[in-house]
Design a protein around this ligand. Structure first.
Ligand SMILES: [Zn+2]
Length: 279
């Protein structure tokens, strides 16, 4: 696929940016929570006309002009961080698995199957343009208890965009995730791990925490299944956030590797978890 090749080329150029994003500054942490087992709605119900709150004249003028859907609830504003979260905290041997750049019909279903086989929940940072192509897969993620995060619409290097462009990349993606899964994402990951002030500020305005990672499997370089397995197993430690990819190139090594390393981690006593949901 041309798009995959484009992703891969950009990754090769920007490999350093990802490493920088993962290692810069003090490690941020977030509390680990139990895996969510309650199935979510596949889509938000569309309220009838009587369900909409009456809008005052001034509020009406302030409504965004984009989209024809019902007005969206304002997200809870969060504290603006200066660094992304790099690991999770909590008692015991908790780790978190994250998969970026999907969904992709060739790879994502296999990863979901493996996670389901071991009753493990993970985070998927999806790109809006891929969601638009495979909404059923993203609905499946949410239905099976995984956390769906925002990874922008087209996977750009945010540090090359102006604030309005960054806003559009993030907001469109949150909108399609909400339309597909029934709720807005609470987590955001900058492509290539390349964050800037605007990304932190806009993420906080949209109610999303910035999530980076601790261990990069480097699966995007297609180093071989054994190398990917080795990187996860050597990197395993309490609080570690693992970065893998379910799209953006040939991810068959990722698919094969998780079938090996996931049961090994579980046998080693690790609990693969996702953060607690905010209410
Ligand atoms: Zn990415």
């Amino acid at each position: 696929m041309q798009k995959d090749q484009f992703f891969t080329r950009r990754r090769m150029i920007l490999a350093g940016a990802a490493a920088l994003g993962a290692s810069a500054g003090t490690a941020g942490t977030i509390l680990a929570g139990g895996a969510e087992k309650t199935p979510r709605r596949a889509a938000a119900p569309v309220p009838g006309p009587q369900a909409r709150p009456a809008l005052k004249g001034s509020a009406f003028r302030l409504r965004p002009l984009t989209g024809d859907g019902p007005p969206r609830a304002a997200p809870r504003r969060l504290k603006v961080r200066k660094e992304p979260i790099l690991q999770i905290s909590g008692r015991g041997r908790h780790m978190m698995l994250t998969f970026d750049d999907g969904p992709n019909p060739d790879y994502t279903p296999h990863i979901l199957d493996t996670l389901a086989k071991y009753d493990v929940r993970a985070m998927f940072f999806v790109c809006g343009e891929c969601v638009a192509d495979d909404r059923d897969l993203v609905a499946r993620m949410a239905d099976e208890g995984h956390v769906v995060g925002n990874h922008t619409w087209t996977h750009p290097l945010l540090t090359t965009l102006n604030r309005k462009e960054i806003h559009s990349e993030m907001a469109r993606t949150s909108d399609i995730i909400e339309d597909t899964c029934g709720e807005r994402p609470q987590w955001f990951r900058a492509p290539y791990g390349a964050w800037n002030r605007a990304a932190f500020q806009l993420g906080a305005e949209m109610g999303m925490e910035p999530m980076a990672w601790t261990v990069d499997t480097t699966d995007w370089m297609e180093p071989g299944t054994d190398t990917i397995v080795d990187r996860v197993e050597r990197g395993a430690a309490p609080g570690v956030v693992v970065l893998s990819h379910d799209a953006g190139g040939d991810r068959s090594q990722t698919v094969h590797a998780i079938r090996e390393w996931l049961p090994h981690l579980i046998d080693s006593g690790y609990h693969l978890t996702v953060p607690r949901r905010r209410v």
